[in-house]
Design a protein around this ligand. Structure first.
Ligand code: SAH
Ligand code: TMP
Ligand code: ZN
Length: 406
Protein backbone atom coordinates (compact mmCIF):
# COMPACT_ATOMS: atom_id res chain seq x y z
CA UNK A 1 0.00 0.00 0.00
CA UNK A 2 1.13 3.50 -0.82
CA UNK A 3 0.94 6.32 1.73
CA UNK A 4 -0.24 9.81 0.72
CA UNK A 5 2.61 12.34 0.69
CA UNK A 6 0.27 14.91 2.24
CA UNK A 7 -2.05 13.20 4.74
CA UNK A 8 -0.52 9.70 5.08
CA UNK A 9 -3.78 7.94 4.12
CA UNK A 10 -3.10 4.60 2.43
CA UNK A 11 -4.36 4.13 -1.14
CA UNK A 12 -3.66 2.14 -4.31
CA UNK A 13 -2.31 3.80 -7.48
CA UNK A 14 -4.88 3.70 -10.30
CA UNK A 15 -2.43 3.51 -13.19
CA UNK A 16 1.17 2.98 -14.26
CA UNK A 17 2.78 4.58 -17.32
CA UNK A 18 5.59 2.02 -17.12
CA UNK A 19 9.32 2.67 -16.87
CA UNK A 20 10.06 6.36 -17.48
CA UNK A 21 13.32 8.30 -17.79
CA UNK A 22 14.04 11.79 -16.38
CA UNK A 23 11.89 14.11 -18.54
CA UNK A 24 14.57 16.76 -18.91
CA UNK A 25 17.39 14.20 -19.01
CA UNK A 26 18.58 14.85 -22.57
CA UNK A 27 21.66 12.72 -23.01
CA UNK A 28 24.70 11.87 -25.12
CA UNK A 29 25.24 8.48 -26.78
CA UNK A 30 27.81 7.43 -24.21
CA UNK A 31 25.23 7.92 -21.44
CA UNK A 32 22.62 5.57 -22.95
CA UNK A 33 23.67 2.51 -20.94
CA UNK A 34 23.60 4.33 -17.59
CA UNK A 35 20.28 6.11 -18.15
CA UNK A 36 18.06 6.26 -15.06
CA UNK A 37 14.48 4.93 -15.18
CA UNK A 38 11.70 4.76 -12.59
CA UNK A 39 8.24 3.20 -12.49
CA UNK A 40 5.80 6.05 -13.14
CA UNK A 41 2.68 5.14 -11.20
CA UNK A 42 0.01 7.66 -10.21
CA UNK A 43 -2.80 7.82 -7.70
CA UNK A 44 -5.18 10.30 -6.14
CA UNK A 45 -5.61 10.27 -2.36
CA UNK A 46 -9.25 9.63 -1.44
CA UNK A 47 -8.89 11.66 1.78
CA UNK A 48 -7.09 14.87 0.77
CA UNK A 49 -7.69 14.58 -3.02
CA UNK A 50 -4.03 15.14 -3.86
CA UNK A 51 -3.12 13.64 -7.25
CA UNK A 52 0.44 12.35 -6.93
CA UNK A 53 3.30 10.28 -8.27
CA UNK A 54 3.94 7.17 -6.24
CA UNK A 55 7.73 7.09 -6.79
CA UNK A 56 10.00 10.08 -7.27
CA UNK A 57 13.62 10.20 -8.37
CA UNK A 58 16.00 12.04 -5.97
CA UNK A 59 15.77 15.80 -6.42
CA UNK A 60 19.47 16.18 -7.30
CA UNK A 61 18.89 13.76 -10.17
CA UNK A 62 16.61 16.38 -11.78
CA UNK A 63 17.63 19.82 -10.53
CA UNK A 64 21.35 20.42 -10.90
CA UNK A 65 23.92 22.40 -12.84
CA UNK A 66 22.81 20.70 -16.08
CA UNK A 67 19.10 21.54 -15.82
CA UNK A 68 17.83 21.75 -19.39
CA UNK A 69 14.80 24.00 -19.02
CA UNK A 70 15.45 27.72 -19.46
CA UNK A 71 12.23 29.69 -18.86
CA UNK A 72 13.34 32.56 -21.08
CA UNK A 73 13.03 30.45 -24.28
CA UNK A 74 9.40 31.54 -24.62
CA UNK A 75 8.61 35.16 -25.39
CA UNK A 76 4.94 34.74 -24.50
CA UNK A 77 5.81 33.25 -21.11
CA UNK A 78 7.92 36.38 -20.55
CA UNK A 79 4.82 38.50 -21.15
CA UNK A 80 2.74 36.22 -18.93
CA UNK A 81 5.17 36.58 -16.02
CA UNK A 82 5.37 40.34 -16.49
CA UNK A 83 1.58 40.50 -16.03
CA UNK A 84 1.87 38.18 -12.99
CA UNK A 85 4.53 40.46 -11.45
CA UNK A 86 2.41 43.54 -12.18
CA UNK A 87 -0.58 42.02 -10.40
CA UNK A 88 1.56 41.29 -7.32
CA UNK A 89 2.85 44.87 -7.29
CA UNK A 90 -0.54 46.50 -7.90
CA UNK A 91 -2.71 44.28 -5.69
CA UNK A 92 -0.47 43.58 -2.71
CA UNK A 93 2.33 46.13 -2.42
CA UNK A 94 0.23 49.30 -2.25
CA UNK A 95 0.46 49.62 1.55
CA UNK A 96 4.10 48.64 1.96
CA UNK A 97 6.83 51.27 1.54
CA UNK A 98 9.65 48.74 1.09
CA UNK A 99 8.07 45.48 -0.10
CA UNK A 100 10.05 42.26 -0.30
CA UNK A 101 9.14 39.40 -2.64
CA UNK A 102 10.58 35.88 -2.69
CA UNK A 103 10.21 33.61 -5.69
CA UNK A 104 11.14 29.92 -5.65
CA UNK A 105 12.03 28.09 -8.86
CA UNK A 106 12.96 31.49 -10.27
CA UNK A 107 15.04 29.83 -13.02
CA UNK A 108 16.72 32.38 -15.33
CA UNK A 109 14.82 35.28 -13.74
CA UNK A 110 11.92 35.44 -16.18
CA UNK A 111 9.57 36.78 -13.47
CA UNK A 112 11.93 38.49 -11.00
CA UNK A 113 13.56 40.62 -13.70
CA UNK A 114 10.43 42.79 -13.53
CA UNK A 115 10.81 43.42 -9.79
CA UNK A 116 14.52 44.11 -10.32
CA UNK A 117 13.61 46.67 -12.99
CA UNK A 118 11.14 48.36 -10.63
CA UNK A 119 13.79 48.41 -7.86
CA UNK A 120 11.63 46.25 -5.61
CA UNK A 121 13.48 44.10 -3.05
CA UNK A 122 13.44 40.55 -4.37
CA UNK A 123 15.12 37.19 -3.91
CA UNK A 124 15.06 34.11 -6.12
CA UNK A 125 15.61 30.62 -4.67
CA UNK A 126 16.82 28.37 -7.48
CA UNK A 127 18.75 25.11 -6.94
CA UNK A 128 19.76 24.56 -10.59
CA UNK A 129 23.07 26.43 -10.72
CA UNK A 130 23.21 26.94 -14.50
CA UNK A 131 19.85 28.67 -14.82
CA UNK A 132 20.44 30.64 -11.57
CA UNK A 133 23.73 31.92 -13.06
CA UNK A 134 21.81 33.43 -15.99
CA UNK A 135 19.54 35.29 -13.54
CA UNK A 136 22.52 36.53 -11.50
CA UNK A 137 24.30 37.75 -14.60
CA UNK A 138 21.30 40.04 -15.19
CA UNK A 139 21.53 41.49 -11.68
CA UNK A 140 18.65 39.46 -10.25
CA UNK A 141 19.28 38.45 -6.62
CA UNK A 142 19.31 34.66 -6.53
CA UNK A 143 20.50 32.00 -4.09
CA UNK A 144 21.31 28.51 -5.34
CA UNK A 145 19.28 26.42 -2.90
CA UNK A 146 16.29 24.15 -2.54
CA UNK A 147 13.54 26.04 -0.71
CA UNK A 148 12.21 24.50 2.50
CA UNK A 149 11.61 25.60 6.11
CA UNK A 150 15.34 25.88 6.95
CA UNK A 151 15.93 27.97 3.83
CA UNK A 152 13.01 30.28 4.81
CA UNK A 153 14.62 30.89 8.21
CA UNK A 154 17.91 31.76 6.56
CA UNK A 155 16.18 34.23 4.23
CA UNK A 156 14.44 35.93 7.19
CA UNK A 157 17.74 36.24 9.10
CA UNK A 158 19.30 38.03 6.13
CA UNK A 159 16.37 40.00 4.68
CA UNK A 160 13.47 40.06 7.13
CA UNK A 161 9.96 38.74 6.46
CA UNK A 162 8.40 38.82 3.01
CA UNK A 163 5.26 40.56 1.78
CA UNK A 164 4.77 38.05 -0.99
CA UNK A 165 5.85 34.51 -1.82
CA UNK A 166 5.48 33.60 -5.48
CA UNK A 167 6.11 30.45 -7.48
CA UNK A 168 5.29 29.23 -10.96
CA UNK A 169 5.54 25.65 -12.14
CA UNK A 170 7.60 24.59 -9.17
CA UNK A 171 5.30 23.87 -6.20
CA UNK A 172 4.06 20.80 -8.05
CA UNK A 173 7.70 19.64 -8.28
CA UNK A 174 8.29 19.33 -4.55
CA UNK A 175 7.37 16.16 -2.61
CA UNK A 176 8.22 17.52 0.89
CA UNK A 177 5.24 19.88 0.76
CA UNK A 178 4.73 20.34 4.51
CA UNK A 179 8.22 21.79 4.89
CA UNK A 180 7.44 24.13 1.98
CA UNK A 181 4.12 25.33 3.42
CA UNK A 182 5.72 25.80 6.85
CA UNK A 183 8.52 27.69 5.11
CA UNK A 184 5.99 29.95 3.38
CA UNK A 185 4.13 30.59 6.66
CA UNK A 186 7.37 31.37 8.50
CA UNK A 187 8.68 33.58 5.72
CA UNK A 188 5.59 35.74 5.26
CA UNK A 189 4.55 38.72 7.34
CA UNK A 190 1.28 37.87 9.17
CA UNK A 191 -0.77 39.55 6.41
CA UNK A 192 1.54 38.40 3.60
CA UNK A 193 0.33 36.64 0.48
CA UNK A 194 1.44 33.40 -1.21
CA UNK A 195 0.72 32.95 -4.88
CA UNK A 196 1.59 30.02 -7.03
CA UNK A 197 0.48 28.53 -10.34
CA UNK A 198 0.87 25.07 -11.75
CA UNK A 199 -0.73 22.83 -14.38
CA UNK A 200 -4.33 22.25 -13.28
CA UNK A 201 -5.66 18.77 -12.56
CA UNK A 202 -9.13 19.72 -13.83
CA UNK A 203 -7.71 20.50 -17.29
CA UNK A 204 -5.60 17.34 -17.34
CA UNK A 205 -8.69 15.24 -16.66
CA UNK A 206 -10.90 17.16 -19.12
CA UNK A 207 -8.37 17.15 -21.97
CA UNK A 208 -6.50 13.88 -21.22
CA UNK A 209 -3.25 15.86 -21.12
CA UNK A 210 -1.48 13.08 -19.24
CA UNK A 211 1.83 14.46 -20.53
CA UNK A 212 1.66 16.80 -17.51
CA UNK A 213 2.65 13.71 -15.54
CA UNK A 214 6.41 13.20 -15.41
CA UNK A 215 9.19 12.85 -12.83
CA UNK A 216 9.29 16.54 -11.91
CA UNK A 217 5.52 16.83 -11.45
CA UNK A 218 5.03 15.06 -8.15
CA UNK A 219 1.58 16.64 -7.76
CA UNK A 220 -1.21 17.88 -9.98
CA UNK A 221 -3.13 20.36 -7.84
CA UNK A 222 -6.80 21.31 -7.65
CA UNK A 223 -8.53 23.87 -5.44
CA UNK A 224 -9.82 20.89 -3.44
CA UNK A 225 -6.36 19.52 -2.65
CA UNK A 226 -4.62 22.89 -2.22
CA UNK A 227 -7.23 24.15 0.24
CA UNK A 228 -6.93 20.95 2.32
CA UNK A 229 -3.12 21.05 2.28
CA UNK A 230 -2.89 24.68 3.44
CA UNK A 231 -5.69 24.20 6.02
CA UNK A 232 -3.31 21.76 7.75
CA UNK A 233 -1.10 24.83 8.37
CA UNK A 234 -3.88 27.22 9.34
CA UNK A 235 -3.78 28.98 5.97
CA UNK A 236 -6.62 29.40 3.51
CA UNK A 237 -7.22 29.71 -0.21
CA UNK A 238 -8.52 33.25 -0.76
CA UNK A 239 -8.63 33.39 -4.56
CA UNK A 240 -8.07 31.32 -7.71
CA UNK A 241 -7.32 32.53 -11.22
CA UNK A 242 -7.35 30.15 -14.20
CA UNK A 243 -4.44 30.60 -16.64
CA UNK A 244 -4.03 29.46 -20.24
CA UNK A 245 -0.33 28.67 -19.80
CA UNK A 246 1.04 25.12 -20.04
CA UNK A 247 -2.18 23.86 -21.58
CA UNK A 248 -4.29 25.06 -18.63
CA UNK A 249 -2.96 26.14 -15.25
CA UNK A 250 -4.45 27.51 -12.03
CA UNK A 251 -3.08 30.32 -9.90
CA UNK A 252 -3.79 29.84 -6.17
CA UNK A 253 -3.67 32.79 -3.76
CA UNK A 254 -3.27 31.94 -0.09
CA UNK A 255 -2.97 33.75 3.22
CA UNK A 256 -3.04 33.13 6.93
CA UNK A 257 -6.56 32.24 8.02
CA UNK A 258 -8.78 35.25 8.62
CA UNK A 259 -6.27 37.85 7.34
CA UNK A 260 -7.84 38.51 3.92
CA UNK A 261 -11.31 38.32 2.37
CA UNK A 262 -12.05 34.99 0.66
CA UNK A 263 -13.35 35.46 -2.89
CA UNK A 264 -16.61 33.64 -3.73
CA UNK A 265 -14.89 32.12 -6.80
CA UNK A 266 -13.01 29.72 -4.50
CA UNK A 267 -16.20 27.97 -3.36
CA UNK A 268 -17.51 27.97 -6.93
CA UNK A 269 -14.38 26.28 -8.26
CA UNK A 270 -14.45 23.66 -5.51
CA UNK A 271 -18.10 22.85 -6.38
CA UNK A 272 -17.17 22.58 -10.06
CA UNK A 273 -14.33 20.21 -9.18
CA UNK A 274 -16.75 18.02 -7.22
CA UNK A 275 -19.07 17.98 -10.26
CA UNK A 276 -16.13 17.00 -12.45
CA UNK A 277 -15.40 14.20 -9.95
CA UNK A 278 -11.88 15.23 -8.94
CA UNK A 279 -12.61 13.58 -5.59
CA UNK A 280 -13.91 10.29 -7.06
CA UNK A 281 -12.07 7.09 -7.97
CA UNK A 282 -14.21 6.45 -11.08
CA UNK A 283 -13.00 9.73 -12.62
CA UNK A 284 -9.44 8.42 -12.58
CA UNK A 285 -10.39 5.05 -14.01
CA UNK A 286 -12.09 6.87 -16.91
CA UNK A 287 -8.92 8.99 -17.29
CA UNK A 288 -6.84 5.81 -17.50
CA UNK A 289 -9.07 4.55 -20.34
CA UNK A 290 -8.74 7.90 -22.10
CA UNK A 291 -4.93 7.68 -21.87
CA UNK A 292 -5.01 4.22 -23.42
CA UNK A 293 -7.29 5.44 -26.24
CA UNK A 294 -4.96 8.38 -26.83
CA UNK A 295 -2.02 6.00 -27.19
CA UNK A 296 -3.90 3.85 -29.72
CA UNK A 297 -4.96 6.88 -31.77
CA UNK A 298 -1.57 8.58 -31.88
CA UNK A 299 0.43 5.46 -32.68
CA UNK A 300 -2.08 4.47 -35.42
CA UNK A 301 -1.82 7.93 -37.01
CA UNK A 302 1.99 7.88 -36.97
CA UNK A 303 2.03 4.36 -38.43
CA UNK A 304 -0.35 5.38 -41.20
CA UNK A 305 1.73 8.48 -42.11
CA UNK A 306 5.00 6.52 -42.05
CA UNK A 307 3.34 3.89 -44.24
CA UNK A 308 3.02 6.51 -46.99
CA UNK A 309 6.76 7.21 -46.76
CA UNK A 310 6.31 10.72 -45.39
CA UNK A 311 8.76 12.18 -42.91
CA UNK A 312 7.73 13.35 -39.43
CA UNK A 313 9.78 15.68 -37.23
CA UNK A 314 9.02 16.39 -33.60
CA UNK A 315 8.59 20.08 -32.83
CA UNK A 316 9.96 21.25 -29.42
CA UNK A 317 11.66 18.80 -27.08
CA UNK A 318 9.43 19.67 -24.13
CA UNK A 319 9.63 17.84 -20.83
CA UNK A 320 6.01 16.79 -21.37
CA UNK A 321 6.96 15.07 -24.64
CA UNK A 322 9.04 12.56 -22.68
CA UNK A 323 5.85 11.04 -21.28
CA UNK A 324 4.08 11.02 -24.67
CA UNK A 325 7.03 9.49 -26.50
CA UNK A 326 7.84 6.78 -23.98
CA UNK A 327 4.27 5.86 -23.02
CA UNK A 328 3.25 5.63 -26.70
CA UNK A 329 6.42 3.79 -27.66
CA UNK A 330 7.43 6.37 -30.30
CA UNK A 331 10.95 5.72 -31.61
CA UNK A 332 13.59 7.24 -33.89
CA UNK A 333 12.07 5.06 -36.63
CA UNK A 334 8.83 7.03 -36.31
CA UNK A 335 10.19 10.55 -36.05
CA UNK A 336 13.53 11.50 -37.54
CA UNK A 337 14.44 14.20 -35.04
CA UNK A 338 12.98 16.74 -32.63
CA UNK A 339 13.94 20.36 -33.22
CA UNK A 340 14.28 22.69 -30.26
CA UNK A 341 15.62 26.19 -29.67
CA UNK A 342 17.41 25.33 -26.39
CA UNK A 343 21.18 24.99 -27.02
CA UNK A 344 21.75 22.54 -24.08
CA UNK A 345 19.28 20.06 -25.64
CA UNK A 346 20.67 20.26 -29.19
CA UNK A 347 23.07 17.55 -30.37
CA UNK A 348 21.78 15.27 -27.62
CA UNK A 349 19.12 12.56 -27.64
CA UNK A 350 15.66 12.53 -26.11
CA UNK A 351 15.24 10.71 -22.77
CA UNK A 352 14.28 7.05 -23.08
CA UNK A 353 13.56 6.81 -26.81
CA UNK A 354 16.87 8.43 -27.85
CA UNK A 355 15.50 10.48 -30.74
CA UNK A 356 18.10 13.04 -31.95
CA UNK A 357 17.45 16.64 -30.87
CA UNK A 358 18.51 19.22 -33.42
CA UNK A 359 18.61 22.98 -33.66
CA UNK A 360 15.54 24.67 -35.02
CA UNK A 361 17.43 25.43 -38.26
CA UNK A 362 17.40 21.70 -39.21
CA UNK A 363 13.64 22.00 -39.50
CA UNK A 364 13.62 25.25 -41.46
CA UNK A 365 16.34 24.17 -43.90
CA UNK A 366 14.56 20.96 -44.93
CA UNK A 367 10.89 20.88 -44.00
CA UNK A 368 9.45 17.41 -43.34
CA UNK A 369 5.91 16.61 -44.56
CA UNK A 370 4.62 16.47 -40.97
CA UNK A 371 5.57 18.03 -37.66
CA UNK A 372 4.40 16.47 -34.41
CA UNK A 373 3.69 19.45 -32.17
CA UNK A 374 5.07 18.51 -28.74
CA UNK A 375 5.14 22.20 -27.77
CA UNK A 376 1.35 22.63 -28.04
CA UNK A 377 1.36 24.94 -25.04
CA UNK A 378 3.37 27.36 -27.18
CA UNK A 379 1.31 26.80 -30.33
CA UNK A 380 0.37 30.46 -30.83
CA UNK A 381 4.04 31.49 -30.80
CA UNK A 382 5.14 28.51 -32.90
CA UNK A 383 2.41 28.78 -35.57
CA UNK A 384 3.20 32.46 -36.03
CA UNK A 385 6.86 31.58 -36.56
CA UNK A 386 6.31 28.65 -38.91
CA UNK A 387 4.12 30.12 -41.64
CA UNK A 388 6.84 29.01 -44.10
CA UNK A 389 6.34 25.34 -43.15
CA UNK A 390 2.61 25.60 -43.73
CA UNK A 391 3.10 27.53 -47.00
CA UNK A 392 5.36 24.68 -48.17
CA UNK A 393 2.46 22.25 -47.60
CA UNK A 394 3.66 21.02 -44.18
CA UNK A 395 1.02 19.62 -41.83
CA UNK A 396 0.88 19.56 -38.04
CA UNK A 397 0.06 16.49 -36.02
CA UNK A 398 -1.58 17.73 -32.83
CA UNK A 399 -3.00 15.81 -29.87
CA UNK A 400 -4.71 18.40 -27.68
CA UNK A 401 -7.64 18.32 -27.24
CA UNK A 402 -7.62 15.32 -29.64
CA UNK A 403 -5.27 13.49 -31.94
CA UNK A 404 -5.58 14.94 -35.47
CA UNK A 405 -3.77 16.43 -38.47
CA UNK A 406 -4.25 20.15 -39.18
N1 SAH B 1 9.30 29.41 -12.67
C1 SAH B 1 9.87 29.05 -13.95
C2 SAH B 1 10.67 27.75 -13.90
C3 SAH B 1 9.87 26.50 -13.69
S1 SAH B 1 10.86 25.03 -13.81
C4 SAH B 1 8.81 28.97 -15.01
O1 SAH B 1 7.62 28.83 -14.69
O2 SAH B 1 9.16 29.00 -16.19
C5 SAH B 1 11.02 24.57 -12.12
C6 SAH B 1 12.20 25.23 -11.44
O3 SAH B 1 12.10 24.96 -10.04
C7 SAH B 1 13.55 24.70 -11.90
O4 SAH B 1 14.35 25.78 -12.28
C8 SAH B 1 14.08 23.95 -10.66
O5 SAH B 1 15.48 24.00 -10.54
C9 SAH B 1 13.39 24.68 -9.53
N2 SAH B 1 13.20 23.93 -8.25
C10 SAH B 1 13.02 22.61 -8.08
N3 SAH B 1 12.89 22.31 -6.76
C11 SAH B 1 12.96 23.47 -6.08
C12 SAH B 1 12.91 23.82 -4.68
N4 SAH B 1 12.74 22.93 -3.71
N5 SAH B 1 13.05 25.14 -4.35
C13 SAH B 1 13.22 26.08 -5.32
N6 SAH B 1 13.28 25.81 -6.64
C14 SAH B 1 13.15 24.51 -7.02
P1 TMP C 1 7.87 23.71 -22.01
O1 TMP C 1 6.70 23.16 -22.74
O2 TMP C 1 8.24 22.85 -20.85
O3 TMP C 1 7.65 25.17 -21.71
O4 TMP C 1 9.16 23.62 -22.95
C1 TMP C 1 9.24 24.36 -24.10
C2 TMP C 1 10.30 23.78 -25.01
O5 TMP C 1 9.96 24.15 -26.34
C3 TMP C 1 11.70 24.31 -24.78
O6 TMP C 1 12.62 23.24 -24.88
C4 TMP C 1 11.93 25.31 -25.91
C5 TMP C 1 11.06 24.75 -27.00
N1 TMP C 1 10.55 25.76 -27.93
C6 TMP C 1 10.95 25.71 -29.27
O7 TMP C 1 11.72 24.84 -29.64
N2 TMP C 1 10.47 26.65 -30.13
C7 TMP C 1 9.60 27.63 -29.72
O8 TMP C 1 9.20 28.46 -30.53
C8 TMP C 1 9.16 27.64 -28.33
C9 TMP C 1 8.22 28.69 -27.86
C10 TMP C 1 9.67 26.69 -27.50
ZN1 ZN D 1 -3.93 12.47 1.24
Amino acid sequence: MNKCLICKTEFEPFMTFGQMPIANGFLKKEQFTSEYFFEMEVGCCPACNMFQLINQPDREQMFNENYAFFSGTSKLMGEHFKAFAESVKDDFFKDSNDPFVVEIGSNDGIMLRNFAEWDIRHLGVEPSANVAAVARSKGINTIVEFFDKACAEKIIAENGHADAFIAANVMCHIPYMHSIVEGIKTLLKPNGIAMFEDPYLGKVIEQTTFDQIYDEHVFLFSALSVSKLFAMHDMELIDVKPQVTHGGSMRYILANKGMHKVSPVVGKLISREQELGLDKAETFLAFKNNCEDFRKNLTALIKQIRGTGSKIAGYAATSKSTTIINYCGITAEDIDYICDTTPIKQGKFSPGAHIPVTAHEAFQLDYPEYALLFGYNHSKEIMAKEQGFMDAGGKWIVYVPEVKVI
